[in-house]
Each structure stands twice: as structure tokens, then as C-alpha cells.
Write a protein that binds this ligand. Structure first.
Ligand code: SAH
Length: 501
């Protein structure tokens, strides 16, 4: 079985639900140049991936070779996903591949995608049709060989017969396209936009008219891949621009949290227009031993307070209870405190009422704002193995009787270090985010040379709070941005403020 799947125009969120299902279940994925790497990352760990696009300096696979490859893999009984940029049937040669499969008697399905012809203008704030401005839209190849004696494009009809014309593959041919349109009667004052890398954080847009767009595009150094939009709808960009004016537009931000937790930060960054690059450096693991955890879980009713210091701690306790054939009822008795809103949220989602959340999410504030006199109170702190001692120490100093149990530990994650090192040294990454001291330590272990990290000047380091910032300083780095509210939202807000300053 072969699925010809449209991967969408670039933004990895713009693949269809069905397309994503195909990627996740494929035995083999055959993809080309314009497919975003984040989509390939969704593959099954054991899936085979074959790149058939043009590699720098190397030759790309011919269409015949690609067709043969698809047929051969399908005949081996594999579930093949042929992943193509945009829509497979819009200048994607998907039709030819489907023909070859049909002729070979190989079963196939087409999963349409969002074409760049519509999406790149949309992300530039240009609707390709608009009431009163455009009632006929055309999508035209700009790739025709300019030395060809006769054009297959009916310039005399399209130049004036279509209100909006979108050219794909046409940047190199822009002078010829413009000349043909004007020669065939289109008004030279017609607005034109060229959108490069539409829907991605690299998106770049140049606007002008048929009379001056060639000069403007050359001046801006626009090269492929780009779409060219011709028509009065281009003027709407001024009013409808929404993507490339977001506060963090175009910024690439490294997210070092664990794989499971990265999503929340990535999403918050994306909302502000940034492109998150997930590089998990920590991994949440079970504690070295469950002896103390199990003993503590048997004694829960003896405590006045249970304090959770992270959502990971909550998850670990629930997982362990399940392994023991128990559930949240085993936490009955003591009041429950959470060190921050994310921790409180994960408790609330279990149906547990949270009795205390401090206003600042560091150990010092947890102690200062504690809602009861700690003298004589029995407190159980459930936290990571490698946590700071300050919280239990301060509570004990104030007269509480404190037990500390490590319910999980963090370990170093093995990530794509080579790629991230390259992105850092080439200046591609604008900001590095740290959400805990352990992410700082592990980042230095993974990226550093003999314990030190050398970063280009333009790279800014953003920390979730002062403790993490101190860890950054201790590694010889400079924390440029420190959140005032020690949450993910606070971190993203601080980055936004710092960059607009
Ligand atoms: N099937 C694809 C088009 C493939 S032809 C689709 O439906 O989008 C390749 C051309 O598509 C490029 O030369 C460029 O003109 C356009 N293109 C693809 N992705 C693009 C993007 N993100 N931004 C601008 N143009 C893009």
C-alpha cells in the first residue's frame, strides 16, 4: 500500500490529521526537500526513511527511480508513505507517481495537503480570493524553460482573464513572467507579492507592482522556494498581516526541557511567532529505589502536609501507586501543597484539592508563605533525587518535622547534539531556554567542550527563574533574560519583553 501524502507548505502544524496518521504508521517514508524535519520525527522508531530530494552538490533521484522505489517497497509488503511538500497533485508530480502505481497494480491512496499556492499568501496576509476583488484564481507554473520556442502557458488568456494568479517555482523566471503579463495586457501597476519560505519562521515577503517587483525581489535577494502572487488581493496584506509581525517572529528558540514537557513551552513560543527547536537534555526516570517511596506511601495518613515540588513528582507518585494496585485514595488525610501552578494543575486534574500554592515558585517563598505555623507539623516532601536542600532545611529550622522522599530522578537525555551544535555555531539559534538547574547542567555536558560552552554573542539565554539563572552563571554563561513569574508563561513573556526592548 502506498499513501501519497501532502505534507503541507512548511509549518509542521499544517499537515492533515490523516496525513499525520500515515506518517506515524509507515514502514517506510519517502520524502523530498520541502518536507519539514519535524514531520519525519513523528515516524515509528523502526521506520525506514529515504530522502529523494536534491542534496547539496549531489544528484536527486529521477522520477522513474522514485516510481520504481515506491513499487518495489510496496511489493515487499511495506506500508509506504510518499511525503511531498504542499499538495501532492499541485505541481508535485504526484499524478505521475499515482499513474505508475496504478500501472503496476499497486494499491494507493491520495491524502491531499495544504498547497503553498494558497497557504504562503495566507501567512503573508493575502487571501487568494476576496469578494469584490477576485472571482477567478489561477495556479501557474513559473518553471517553464524560457528558451522554449512555444509556451504551454496561455499568457494571452491568463494575463487578463484571471484576477489572482499564483506562480510556483518562478523566482528565477520572475522577469519573464512579469514581461509576459504586461505584454499580454495586464496593467503594470498591478500589485505583486513574492513570499519565500511561506508559513515557516524564515518567511520573507516582498511586495511591489508588476513594474517594480523584479528590482525589489532582486534587491531583497529572494530565491527559491517562493510563490509569486499577482492581483489586487495583494493590497489586503497591509490590513491582514498577522504572522510575520508577531513579537517573536523569525526567532529560533532552543527548548531543553524533557521530551514530555517540551510541548507546553513550544506551543507558547509558537503562539508568539517563534520556531521552537526541541532539544531535550533531561529525561524523567524512576528513583534508584522504591523502598523509601513505598514506605512513605504507607505512612501518608501520619502527615499534616504533602508537598509536591513538580508535576513530575505528582506523575511519579500516581504511577507508583498504580503499580502497587492502589490509587489517589492512598493520599487521603494530609493537606496538599504544590510549589507552582503547573504542579497544582496536575494535582487538580486527579481530582485532588490543592490547599496551598505560594505566590512565587522557589523554595524560599514556599517557606515564607506557608499557611500554618510549621512548629510540630509533620511534612512529607515528594521531589526529585537531585533537588536543592533549602526547602526541607528551612521548614525544619522553623520547627517542622520534615521527611524528604525522592520519587523520581532526572537523567541526561541523548539528543541530536551534532545538529544543535551546528545550529548554535552557525548563529541559527537566537535564544536558549532553561527551565531548571538540571537542564543547564546537562546542556553543558552535552554541548560543552571540557565543561565550558562557547556561544556566539547574539545567542541569548532565557531562564525560568533566579535559581536557574544562578546555575547558568555558575557554568560561566550569561543569563540575559530571567522571568519575573517563574512559570512557562512568565518565561515566554520575559523573552517577548527583552526582544522588543
Ligand atoms: N506540491 C507543492 C508544490 C511543489 S513545486 C505545493 O502544493 O505547495 C515547488 C514550489 O512550490 C516551489 O518552487 C515554490 O514555488 C513553492 N513552495 C513550496 N513550499 C513553499 C513555501 N513554504 N513557501 C513558498 N513557496 C513554496
Amino acid at each position: 500500500m502506498v499513501y501519497l501524502v501532502g505534507a503541507g507548505p512548511g509549518d509542521p502544524g499544517l499537515i492533515t490529521v490523516k496525513g499525520m496518521d500515515c506518517v506515524r504508521k509507515a514502514d517506510v517514508i519517502v520524502y523530498d526537500r520541502l518536507v519539514h524535519p519535524a514531520l519525519i520525527a513523528e515516524k515509528r522508531p523502526d521506520a525506514e526513511v529515504i530522502y529523494v530530494g536534491k542534496a547539496a552538490g549531489a544528484h536527486s533521484m529521477s522520477q522513474d527511480e522514485i516510481n520504481r522505489l515506491l513499487i518495489e517497497k510496496a511489493r515487499q509488503g511495506m506500508l509506504v508513505v510518499r511525503l511531498k511538500g504542499g499538495d501532492p497533485f499541485v505541481f508535485g508530480r504526484g499524478g505521475e507517481e499515482a499513474e505508475a502505481l496504478a500501472e503496476a497494480g499497486v494499491e494507493f491512496e491520495i491524502v491531499p495537503g495544504i498547497t503553498s499556492a494558497i497557504a504562503a499568501p495566507a501567512y503573508a496576509g493575502i487571501p487568494v480570493t476576496h469578494r469584490g476583488l477576485c472571482s477567478a484564481l489561477g495556479i501557474v507554473t513559473g518553471h517553464e524553460d524560457p528558451t522554449k520556442a512555444r509556451s504551454d502557458i496561455k499568457w494571452s488568456s491568463i494575463a487578463t482573464g484571471l484576477d489572482t494568479i499564483v506562480f510556483l517555482m518562478g523566482v528565477e523566471n520572475l522577469p519573464k513572467i512579469v514581461a509576459e503579463l504586461v505584454k499580454n495586457g495586464r496593467d503594470p501597476s498591478t500589485p505583486v507579492a513574492v513570499v519565500r519560505w511561506g508559513t515557516r519562521s524564515e518567511q520573507q515577503t516582498v511586495t511591489g507592482t508588476l513594474a517594480n517587483i523584479v528590482d525589489k525581489a532582486t534587491e531583497a535577494g529572494i530565491s527559491a522556494p517562493a510563490v509569486t502572487v499577482v492581483g489586487n488581493v495583494v493590497n489586503l496584506r497591509e490590513k491582514l498581516r498577522w504572522f510575520d509581525n508577531k513579537p517573536l517572529f523569525g526567532k529560533k528558540v532552543l527548548v531543553t526541557r524533557s521530551r514530555d514537557q517540551a510541548g507546553v513551552l513550544s506551543e507558547a513560543l509558537r503562539e508568539q511567532g517563534a520556531e521552537p527547536i526541541e532539544f531535550p537534555v533531561i529525561r524523567i526516570c524512576p528513583p534508584s529505589s522504591f523502598d523509601e517511596v513505598d514506605a512513605a506511601l504507607d505512612r501518608v495518613a501520619e502527615y499534616d502536609w504533602l508537598l509536591f515540588t513538580s508535576a513530575n513528582g505528582v506523575g511519579s507518585v500516581i504511577d507508583r501507586l498504580a503499580e502497587l494496585g492502589r490509587d489517589v485514595r492512598s493520599l487521603a488525610g494530609p493537606k496538599i501543597g504544590a510549589i507552582g501552578p503547573a504542579t497544582a494543575d496536575s494535582l487538580a486534574r486527579l481530582g485532588l484539592k490543592v490547599d496551598y500554592v505560594p505566590s512565587k515558585f522557589v523554595a524560599e517563598a514556599v517557606v515564607d508563605e506557608f499557611p500554618e505555623n510549621p512548629v510540630g507539623k509533620r511534612i512529607l516532601i515528594l521531589r526529585a533525587e537531585e533537588a536543592r536542600e533549602i526547602l526541607p532545611e528551612r521548614l525544619a529550622e522553623l520547627g517542622a518535622s520534615v521527611d524528604v522522599v525522592a520519587v523520581y530522578r532526572t537523567d541526561i537525555e541523548s539528543s541530536d547534539t551534532v545538529r544543535v551544535k551546528e545550529m548554535l555555531s552557525s548563529g541559527e539559534i537566537d535564544i536558549i531556554t532553561f527551565t531548571s538547574s538540571s537542564t543547564v547542567a546537562n546542556f553543558v555536558k552535552l554541548i560543552g567542550e571540557s565543561g565550558a560552552v562557547c556561544l556566539p554573542d547574539k545567542v541569548k539565554i532565557a531562564c525560568i527563574g533566579p535559581i536557574t539563572a544562578r546555575a547558568v552563571e555558575e557554568c560561566g554563561l550569561r543569563p540575559d533574560i530571567v522571568a519575573e513569574e517563574y512559570t512557562i508563561r512568565g518565561l515566554v513573556a520575559a523573552i517577548r519583553v527583552a526582544l522588543s526592548a
